[in-house]
Design a protein around this ligand. Structure first.
Ligand code: GDP
Ligand code: MG
Length: 236
């Protein structure tokens, strides 16, 4: 089974990959950790690392590119080395580039996902920083992003609210709706409509709150992922 960990810079993807990898190893699974971020060295012992093939800082000087151009070029080089970095095991956790858009909005990102998906169960885990989702407006924006992750990747995906050790958030959709409508005005009306629409994502049915640092909520992630792939399972 593959888990592709996607999220904004700083949301905690790499910390999740490191500690969820340990969590799975403690359950006696064979686990592989793969770094797909050409711009940062992994904070864990990786079993495959794109930085063995491309380093964004070297691409910047070699091709005389700015950081964004170099990230795009780096993804092209990553895509040329997929044989080396797509590896199968009981679980393979893929850590994606710090900047989510480099992965989601490039042809190479889609190509990498398709390659990982070949012949094995693959899920997307969208990691959101709970601090960013702490107001109703921002919560709706996270739901919108989670819908974008599903649409762009075509993966069965779960949204995970990280860093609950420092910020616990309310995921009760009805309560969020109430606090939005209390605000009134055009923005509240728009948010309410969006919330109705985005409430169709898995978030309301499977509120997943975790701390990648303390491992709180990892059991919930484990069962939610299994249910995604269990014919008898029902994520509602
Ligand atoms: N308090 C807290 N900090 C976290 C958690 N997960 C990640 N961090 C911190 O958030 C920062 C960014 O984490 P990182 O894993 O590098 O994010 P990435 O850019 O998405 O890979 C680091 O300082 C982490 O220690 C968490 O669950 N709780
Ligand atoms: Mg990272």
């Amino acid at each position: 089974m593959n888990l592709i960990v996607i999220g904004a810079a700083g949301s905690g993807k790499s910390t999740f990959v490191k500690n969820y990898g340990n969590y799975l190893k403690n359950k006696e699974y064979n686990v592989k950790l793969v770094n797909l971020d050409p711009a940062s060295d992994p904070i864990y012992g990786s079993d495959a690392n794109v930085r063995d093939y491309v380093k964004t800082e070297s691409v910047m000087s070699e091709y005389r590119l700015g950081i964004n151009g170099a990230l795009m070029k780096s993804m092209e080089i990553v895509a040329e080395n997929l044989d080396e970095v797509v590896i199968k095991d009981d679980y393979t956790l893929y850590d994606t580039p710090g900047q989510m858009e480099i992965f989601l909005y490039t042809e190479e990102g889609v190509e990498i996902i398709e390659r990982i998906m070949e012949d094995s169960w693959t899920a997307g885990l969208f990691i959101a920083d709970s601090k960013v989702a702490s107001t109703p407006e921002n919560f709706v924006s996270i739901l919108a992003q989670s819908a974008i992750v599903s649409l762009r990747t075509g993966l069965p995906a779960l949204t995970v609210f990280n860093k609950i050790d420092i910020m616990d958030i309310n995921l009760d959709l009805e309560e969020i709706k109430c606090s939005i409508s209390e605000e009134g005005g055009v923005l509240a009306e728009l948010l309410e409509k969006l919330l109705d629409f985005l409430g169709q994502t898995t978030v309301p049915y499977r509120p997943l709150k975790i701390s990648s640092l303390t491992q709180a909520g990892f059991d919930d992630v484990f069962s939610a992922v299994n249910e995604l792939f269990c014919a008898c399972g029902d994520i509602s």
